[in-house]
Design a protein around this ligand. Structure first.
Ligand SMILES: NC(=O)c1ccc[n+]([C@@H]2O[C@H](COP(=O)([O-])OP(=O)(O)OC[C@H]3O[C@@H](n4cnc5c(N)ncnc54)[C@H](O)[C@@H]3O)[C@@H](O)[C@H]2O)c1
Length: 325
């Protein structure tokens, strides 16, 4: 269960790209509880300095402000690194429909640069963020690795391409890559602001600020909402996984399924704000239903998530209630 019992080789050096973002900063925070050094590479485009402010005084933590689109930067930060957790990318399906070129540059070229740098620098394990969006329009639930449909957005294309590079870098060059297909992650430090904000922090912010949240579509669409600590566990276990499981991709979720309306009502109850939502048009590129079969990650990574949706939501609500200005 969880990851507190794990042991990394003493003095291990970790590189977290996108470490000033939501998931990356949770990875940095938890890594610093182990005997290791942590390098965070981030260009602060969607991430924030305040997400890593608390770690900057730790001598084992180094922040490098830089861009994964620059190969030299990737080479520089990979030197002496044992484990890479590559999170740097731009998320959001609707934004990728607005900016397909930028998504290819950041998500595809940036990931390829990082894999190449990791290979040249002799990194031991390269763990990278993929996404449930790679299942596209495949109708079968739960989503199982190997059963992907037609892709619905430029974002999904970028993640799928990175998975192919991950597979090839193992096969051709022997780099141990592990692609983690995250399913709708939520938790502390996820950005609640802006039109592209993820639904849970956006609803919480709107409810706390007395605004009326808008649900796009009928609210019956469902997702396998995954608390961020489960994602941290998956990254740590992938770093310690067998080489035989490298080159592969893994669903990382809890294995449940909540509709947007379920979430909305759970949040109005938790916050004691009983506001009726408004409904807007369904968004292009969105998958209707999604939930994950996590048996492959359980089998090959020893992934055993601790936090179900209700537990994660309580922790997230507590954090935003305390920290939202
Ligand atoms: N949050 C989710 O539900 C979810 C679901 C599936 C996959 N993912 C993937 O997980 C990863 C982390 O997502 P997140 O939710 O923490 O997003 P985030 O936006 O909070 O974090 C991404 C970080 O990457 C940094 N970054 C972006 N472009 C960069 C560049 N060119 N060079 C260096 N740094 C750059 C940003 O500044 C940011 O700090 C991403 O790869 C994302 O696609 C997230």
């Amino acid at each position: 269960m969880g990851y507190a019992h794990l042991h990394f080789p003493p003095g291990s050096v970790f590189l977290v790209t996108g470490g000033a973002g939501f998931i990356g900063s949770n990875l940095c925070e938890q890594l610093l509880k182990f005997d290791c050094k942590v390098i965070c590479l981030d260009n602060l485009s969607t991430g924030k300095r305040e997400n890593i402010e608390a770690f900057l005084s730790d001598p084992r933590f180094t922040f490098v402000e830089g861009d994964v689109r620059d190969l030299q930067t990737c080479m520089d930060v990979c030197k002496g690194v044992d484990f890479v957790m590559h999170q740097a990318a731009w998320g959001s399906v609707p934004r990728s429909i607005e900016m397909p070129l930028l998504y290819a540059q950041i998500n595809i070229q940036g990931t390829l640069n990082m894999m190449e740098a990791a290979r040249q620098c002799g990194v031991r394990k390269f763990v990278y963020a993929s996404s449930s969006s790679v299942y596209g329009d495949h109708p079968v639930l739960p989503k199982t690795e190997g059963q992907e449909g037609t892709l619905l957005s430029p974002y999904a294309v970028t993640k799928r391409v990175c998975e192919e590079y991950g597979r090839l870098y193992k096969k051709l060059y022997g780099l141990d890559t592990y692609g983690l297909r995250y399913f709708n992650v939520f938790g502390k430090r996820q950005d609640p602001d802006g039109v592209y904000a993820a639904v849970i922090p956006r609803f919480i912010r709107q409810l706390l600020h007395g605004e009326t949240p808008v649900i796009f579509g009928d609210g019956q669409q469902s997702r396998d909402f995954t608390y961020v600590e489960n994602v941290v566990e998956a990254n740590f276990k992938a770093c310690l996984a067998d080489s035989g499981a490298a080159g592969e991709v893994f669903n990382i979720a809890y294995g449940g399924r909540e509709s947007l309306l379920d979430i909305y009502h759970a949040l109005t109850d938790a916050l004691g704000k009983h506001v009726e939502p408004e409904f807007g048009p369904a968004r292009a590129g969105d998958i209707r239903h999604s939930n994950a079969d996590i048996s492959k990650a359980r089998r090959l990574l020893g992934y055993d998530p601790d936090y179900d949706f209700a537990h994660g939501l309580r922790l997230a609500v507590d954090w935003y209630t305390e920290n939202l200005k």
